[in-house]
Design a binder for this molecule. Structure first.
Ligand SMILES: Nc1ncnc2c1ncn2[C@@H]1O[C@H](COP(=O)(O)OP(=O)(O)OP(=O)(O)O)[C@@H](O)[C@H]1O
Ligand SMILES: [Mg+2]
Length: 298
């Protein structure tokens, strides 16, 4: 069964359109990344699925339950980490987990949760005493207090350093390994690429494209790029090469990188130039996003 089914979801705040006929299906057991710029409608979508906001039109089902009519049943089976987690600053981590756990019939042992997020040593620290990365991990522990089948994570790594981001990624992968479905929002390409089985590109309340990262790159990524640097390479700006100077390097797109690379190496010899760098940059999710929306993310 599908974990999430959204049909023609529409939501506006006054005249501001947040969801504009959005369709989405999420397969059970997958990590799905909803990728989009600020204001795309990601939080609105997630909060509709969490039963926290109502749609104006359309339909949303999660784990086979109608998000509006079956809200109580749904709450027991989903885990939620909001974009900004409002902790009770004066409570310790242990007290916070216990409090949240008391809201549900289902549960997980506290020691297991603390151990899982690597915060056993911080169990009796107040939330305010935790670093940003530790608080994000605490938010993941909170999302799992009821041992949910499906977890919604709204920008789980925004503002974290690369190390802290990696540790969150590891936890998300463990959620999937444990058989949970994870729907997360992000505006980091690397995050979607690293984590997601399925990427949904949204902007202006609509799905622009979706698929695995390789599928998206094949369909919308366009050509790879060639990048070279060195001395005496100015001739590359001229036909037939057509490179452009960028940040001290020379770059151009290439539909057949191996053949083009061979040709360039030959020309370097011929011109008596010197190469210090040569790279083939495959099309990426970044290229996909640029082509779909015409703008850069974050
Ligand atoms: N409570 C609200 N009242 C009025 N407008 C809102 C409200 N919440 C969201 N919006 C508007 O709806 C649109 C979608 O917002 P949403 O928060 O869903 O985007 P987002 O993709 O989560 O963005 P971000 O990446 O910045 O978190 C935006 O134009 C936003 O200004
Ligand atoms: Mg948001």
């Amino acid at each position: 069964m599908e974990a999430v089914v959204v049909r023609q979801a529409a939501k506006r705040y006054g005249t501001q359109v947040a969801l504009d006929g959005l369709d989405l299906t999420v397969a059970t057991g997958q990590v799905v990344a909803v990728l989009g710029p600020n204001g795309a409608g990601k939080t609105t979508l997630l909060e509709v699925l969490e039963g926290l906001r109502d749609l104006d039109q359309g339909e949303a089902r999660v784990l086979g339950l109608d998000v509006r009519r079956d809200r109580r049943k749904l709450k027991e089976r989903i885990g939620v980490s909001l974009q900004a987690t409002a902790f009770f600053d004066r409570l310790t981590l242990r007290e916070t987990l216990r409090l949240y756990g008391s809201f549900y019939r289902r549960g997980m042992p506290l020691t297991e949760l603390l151990n899982w997020v690597g915060l056993s040593a911080q169990a009796d620290a107040r939330i305010v005493q935790l670093s940003g990365g530790q608080q994000q991990r605490a938010a993941l522990a909170l999302a799992l207090v009821n041992n949910p089948d499906l977890v919604f994570l709204d920008e789980p790594t925004t503002g974290l350093d690369p190390g802290a981001r990696q540790s969150i990624w590891k936890l998300v992968r463990e959620m999937r390994r444990g058989g949970r479905t994870v729907v997360l929002s992000t505006h980091y390409m690397e995050e979607a690429t690293a984590l997601a089985d399925h990427v949904v590109v949204v902007d202006q309340g609509r799905v622009l494209a979706e698929g695995t990262v390789p599928e998206l790159v094949t369909a919308y990524g366009g050509d790879a790029s060639l990048e070279v640097a060195g001395e005496g390479l100015e001739y590359l700006a001229e036909p037939p090469y057509g490179f452009a100077a960028k940040g001290g390097r020379w770059i151009r797109s290439s539909s057949s990188p191996p053949a083009d690379t061979a040709r360039i190496l030959e020309s370097v010899q011929h011109h008596g130039a010197r190469l210090s760098h040569l790279a083939i940059l495959p099309a990426s999710l970044e290229t996909v996003f640029l082509r779909l929306t015409g703008r850069e993310l974050s």
